[in-house]
Write a protein that binds this ligand. Structure first.
Ligand code: ZN
Ligand code: ZN
Length: 409
């Protein structure tokens, strides 16, 4: 009988020993009776998400967890950031990350972030950029958080191998150039778009108002990080599973969207921040298992306290994650393969992602026992899963869920 699969990805959960915690990691330091129960009944190990010693971004990490080779399908940040704010492109599109910026009359950048302008002003400005086509290329723009936006070019013969129009510091706006002859056309479209964005925004009512208030005007859009949308087999097709994702942050939704997972709407209390309601998020994931074969759930809070360098705060996030694990244990369906893991380590004393392996526990009914008893970086390393790579995880779970095809006769 085929089982359902639930991945609980606790973002940036892995850590290193912290001075403040007597040399222990936040996971070792915190009491986690429910996660430990899953460890006791399941199998555990440690996992190099991409490869040993490679610090993953959350985007490449989730690609690996979903069974894709990030080196093959990760085509630059543009497409993934665009997807993260809900601009999911298609094969052949070229996508960029953009900033609303401020330039003077000589086209010199005075403020790369236009005074950290944000919605609803950016929403109004984006409206002025809608419906543009340049030399047969359709232009799609969407505002992101604060001064950020995404840009998609859609048309024939596009190539992302171009230089940025964003000068990356306070200099004259750069002219995009094709790194290869084939990309010249794409660079020309980008340059025309940048010019047009300046024309359409410089005297826009939003900017007239900002000028009056003495705020930097958002009078140009500067694209960078061109990438083409990856050509990949959608997850549901590749693995023959109906799949959905539950996440609070745009980037994770974007990755899962590109991979072809349905993005569940989450209650407003699941914010993707420290104040998120983890129990409600878990309920959303458990409910989805009625209709889907595979659900990935991401909880971001642990990564946030890692980046903030707050080991103690990470410990209290872990306590809440453990309560969530208890809630899942009491409410999960019987025929399930469930995984507790992280997408990377965000050690509190480093404040950023590192390439250390993360703990992983897989539970399903009647597993052969192993020696691991505690959900932590060390505790899980005693289990019989040993040390695997991120892209192995899905395969192992599909096998446990009786969903793998036999190799050979
Ligand atoms: Zn992450
Ligand atoms: Zn992070």
């Amino acid at each position: 009988m085929k089982k359902k699969i639930l991945f609980v990805v606790m973002d940036g959960l892995g850590d290193r020993g912290c001075d403040m915690l007597d040399g222990k990691t936040p996971l070792e330091y915190t009491r986690t009776p429910n996660l430990d129960e899953f460890v006791a009944r399941g199998n555990s190990g440690i996992m190099d998400i991409i490869a040993p010693g490679v610090p993953p971004g959350s985007d490449t990490a989730h690609l690996a967890l979903l069974g894709y080779d990030p080196y093959e399908v990760y085509t630059g940040r543009g497409p993934f950031e665009a997807a993260g704010i809900g601009l999911i492109g298609k094969r052949g599109d070229v996508a960029f990350r953009c900033n609303f910026s401020t330039v003077n009359d000589r086209m010199e950048v005075i403020d790369r972030r236009a005074g950290r302008i944000k919605a609803p002003e950016t929403t109004e400005l984006v409206k002025a950029l809608s419906g543009i086509a340049i030399d047969g290329t359709e232009i799609l723009v969407k505002e992101g958080t604060e001064h950020r936006a995404a840009l998609i070019l859609r048309g024939e013969g596009l190539d992302p191998d171009i230089t940025d129009a964003d000068p990356h510091d306070l200099r004259k706006v750069a002219t995009s150039k094709g790194r290869t002859g084939r990309a010249d056309h794409t660079a020309a479209v980008v340059n025309k778009f940048v010019e047009l964005s300046h024309e359409r925004m410089k005297d826009h009512p939003v900017n007239v108002e900002r000028r009056k208030k003495g705020l930097p005007e958002a009078n140009i859009l500067l694209p960078r990080g061109a990438g083409s949308f990856p050509d990949m087999v959608p997850f549901p097709e590749k693995n023959d599973m109906r799949a959905a994702c539950v996440a609070g942050v745009g980037m994770i939704k974007g990755i899962c969207g590109i991979c072809g997972l349905d993005i569940a709407s989450v209650p407003e209390v699941c914010t993707g921040g420290l104040d998120t309601d983890m129990i409600k998020k878990a309920d959303t994931a458990l409910n989805l298992l009625n209709d889907y074969d595979f659900v990935l759930m991401n909880v971001k809070a642990s990564d946030v306290s890692g980046h903030d360098g707050k080991a103690m705060e990470k410990c209290s996030v872990i306590s809440r994650l453990d309560e969530m694990a208890g809630h899942i244990m009491r409410n999960m369906p019987e025929n399930i393969v469930i995984v507790f893991t992280a997408d990377h380590c965000t050690p509190s004393e480093v404040g950023d992602h590192t390439g250390d392996p993360v703990p992983v526990t897989i539970y399903t009914k009647n597993m052969i026992p192993d020696d691991a008893v505690k959900f932590s970086e060390f505790g899980c390393s005693r289990g019989r899963i040993g040390r695997i790579r991120g892209c192995d995880l899905l395969r192992i779970c599909m096998d446990l869920a009786n969903r793998s095809e036999k190799f050979g006769a």
